[in-house]
Write a protein that binds this ligand. Sequence first.
Ligand SMILES: Cc1cc2nc3c(=O)[nH]c(=O)nc-3n(C[C@H](O)[C@H](O)[C@H](O)COP(=O)(O)O)c2cc1C
Length: 402
Amino acid sequence: MQIILGIPGGIAAYKSADLARLLTNQGHRVRCILTEAGARFITPLTLSSLTGEPCYGANPDQGEWRANPSIEHIELARWADIMAVVPATADLIGKAANGLASDLLSTVLLATRAPVLWAPAMNTGMWSHPAVQANLSRLRSFGHAVVDPDDGLLACGEEGSGKLAQVDAIAEAILMHGAAKLRSLNGKRVLITAGPTREDLDPVRTLTNRSTGAMGIELARAFRDAGAQVQLVLGGDLPAPWGVETARVRSAQEMLAACQARWSGADGLVGAAAVADQRPETFAPEKVKKGEGPENLVLVRTPDILATLSAARRPGQWILGFAAESENHLAHAAAKLQKKQLDGVLVNDVQGGRAFGDQTNTLTPVTAQGPQAPIGPLSKDALARAVVQWWNFQIEGRGTVQ
Ligand SMILES: Cc1cc2nc3c(=O)[nH]c(=O)nc-3n(C[C@H](O)[C@H](O)[C@H](O)COP(=O)(O)O)c2cc1C
């Protein structure tokens, strides 16, 4: 993605260097534009060194804007897939809300047709001032996105709202708003399950598995970035991804209930959770004392979430399942596809503990047409994006999937 990072004169400007580096390391092209005040807080040399791209100054006689001042602002406006202003000052927010174009950054903001995102940071009094809030509402009415500041101790010594949001949350917001939307997923509602379930024996002991939820969370991000409205039903302890409505659950029964409450409103389901197949027959409300527990655990089956939702689906809803197999992967996946009436199964080879918690992974899709070319090995975020593209292609190719 091609990102223009506008950096006005806020004390948090130094954090935009980290943001530029993070986005560059993720393979995006980042060009920075400093305002005159911004250049007092951070230097063009820092930014161009981190991004490997030119850094632009405020005026035609500064920095790269010198080269061809008559059209540079239009070229930059066209070049951008997204523009992000970090940290957004009260001053620049006010200018942009009123269509002023007094320097390069405000001019490019006015000229661009790319999505624009603001991450404000300022003193609490400034942030809560009705003028700033009215200007932000105006920007929102133009379709701009705003990543609200956090609460905390501000550089001015005051405590309150106005602290720049976390750099990685801003990076996610930029990617989400700037990603080219996949046509057949744009606006679609996708329900995703992720993570392990936990089946408690008593208040301290539990039966669970080695899933972390990382793959499902990356899938939630990738579907979100492809334009889908994602609802995530999440087991385990990993943090929920930004911009995804997340319901946290513990047991298989809770996961099923959370899915059932959301399923009729969804266009598709991705069942990436590692759901426990069995749970203890009884739950002891008080901790079972050492030596007093039974020698043998009696287990009963948990509900089959995919099969239950598959049986309740309406025409047009699609379901992708996951299978973690340690042997005979493709045959097991084909049987699961058939038995639960799924549209696709993505098979993990988990022999020797592979896949759980690893940074890279390979998935082999199995559909009614049989096994397909493996996707990977890739890092889990790249793998998730590749899965979304593969699935988008399947939906586009077949019209609706049933
Ligand atoms: C030390 C210092 C820190 C500042 N920090 C902020 C800030 O965090 N947020 C803000 O909106 N303005 C801040 N300002 C005020 C802006 O720098 C000032 O409004 C400037 O005109 C902004 O210009 P620009 O929006 O063109 O970059 C700060 C000023 C100084 C001197």
